[in-house]
Design a protein around this ligand. Sequence first.
Ligand code: ACO
Length: 268
Amino acid sequence: MSDTVAFDVVDGIAWVRFNRPDKRNCMSPTLNRRMMEVLDELEYRQDVGVLVLSGEGTAWSAGMDLKEYFRETEAKGLGATRQAQREAYGWWRRLRWYQKPTIAMVNGWCFGGGYGPLYACDLAIASEEAKFGLSEINWGILPGGGATKVVVDLIPLRDAMYHALTGEAIDGRKAAEWRLVNEAVPADQLKDRVTALAKVLLEKNPVALKATKDAVRRVKEMTYDNAEDYLVRAQEAANSYDNDGRKEGIRQFIDEKSYKPGLGAYKR
Ligand code: ACO
């Protein structure tokens, strides 16, 4: 079970990898259980500031495991099906609200259920050659596990509808054009680009990062007035974890004149 997810921590970055390359990193119940354990283990570690999710081999993740997640689980009855869903959706939810900022480094195939963790990551950088598809329609189901919600949230409705109904895969460039990912880069530059982005995040105040990433997701479904109120309260709650950071940020700019907030982060 421990082999289904690989990870190491280097210079503040937790590199977590789907690790079933022979099965194109499709998500089995075993992998889903293991991923939750790995997320648990890494979330509050002092030496982890950013988590990157990628895949071993040619795939990021080929979605749910059609044999182990669907066929074998369904054969065990409704209870087993619901449990498998809870385990998959559970770690994606955990990742959506993770303590540390997260980046999906999409190195290859990303299908169906893979859109759950893709959306859960705060940022996403893809290889230009990566392939994204809502392939559910190709084998006869609707895009579940949140995948329909993911595309409607992230991309324009016409593109979402086309993507879901045709099951045609798009490459990383198109995924960036549709805003399914932040950007696409040539495969040989993918890790460097993600590392550079992670380093930018590592320079920021971690309490502010968590408050900001949650705020961006939360306010999307709020009215303006509710969002305004939520943001006041979220900042005040953040102050209870770190009451000095922002004061120091102001001090270094106004008194010390050692940096400019418009151009970079204060020194922590
Ligand atoms: N579920 C179960 N097994 C899978 C999956 C999957 N989602 N994806 C790949 N595999 C297995 C294959 O059965 C094969 O196993 P085997 O070696 O025991 O025969 C192995 O992984 C390698 O797969 P290939 O198809 O040979 O690899 P290839 O590189 O040629 O193709 C591709 C890769 C395009 C990703 C292909 O494997 C594929 O179409 N996979 C299914 C993608 C998909 O539709 N996923 C489900 C989305 S819907 C959902 O998640 C709810």
